[in-house]
Design a protein around this ligand. Sequence first.
Ligand code: NAD
Length: 244
Amino acid sequence: MVEFASQTVAVVGAASGIGRAAAVELAGRGARVVCLDLDHDGAKTVAAALPHDATAVHVDVTSQESVRTAFDSAGADLHALVNCAGTTGRTGRPTHEVDVDDFDLVYRVNLRGALLLSQAVVPGMVERGYGRVLHVASIAGKEGNAGMAAYSATKAGLIGLVKSMGKEYATSGVTVNALAPAVIQTPMVEAMPEHQVRYMTEKIPMGRLGTLDEAARMIAWIVSTDCSFSTGFTFDLTGGRAVY
Ligand code: NAD
């Protein structure tokens, strides 16, 4: 098991689901975790239960000002950023019925937010010659889910962002990768219509949802010193479902 002693890791979207599981996993391995979320009370609750002086910082990733302020107080010595902030927006409608304002919100959280977070942390990492950036995308970004046009499009964009960044910072000591889960058992999934979850689960060869522990352990490895020769890459977490 890779340890994170003397490392500081920022987990965005830490109040819930995959982000919370990642924060717990990383703190358990010795990291000082900064828990960032729009849901500040939720992030504070998570941080309060973690060892190694974990803190909670409010952030709204749709706001450049909020991201700047948050990372001013998150500290300048971050070793890793784990970005789990995400939203599906309204699902279940065909693309011709997608509400443009809803599309904009999904874009601002899932894709523009990832850009703002990257801009906040990468310069310091490059200066120090070490860093790990991980954005949580989705298998929906590779194949496109029906009734989830905004989500699928923004996750595809995120995979493209990570590819570009991987090349740009390849010789700097900073790696930038994405994780593409299929369906993980989280509140986001529990909030989706049952038929949509069934549609996604049926396509997983292992025939089950992924667990939060499985997601957290994989995230921990990708942002560890052990994962040193992969960048610009999207790692699948899909129970055998491969989409290229
Ligand atoms: P979740 O809803 O449990 O957690 C998402 C977190 O993001 C919440 O704590 C929420 O407050 C935060 N957030 C939302 N908007 C924000 C904003 N503007 N600023 C800051 N924080 C904000 O969801 P989850 O299932 O844990 O998903 C985490 C990530 O994994 C998302 O990017 C999601 O798209 C992706 N993903 C999840 C699954 C799955 O099956 N759960 C599958 C594929 C990809």
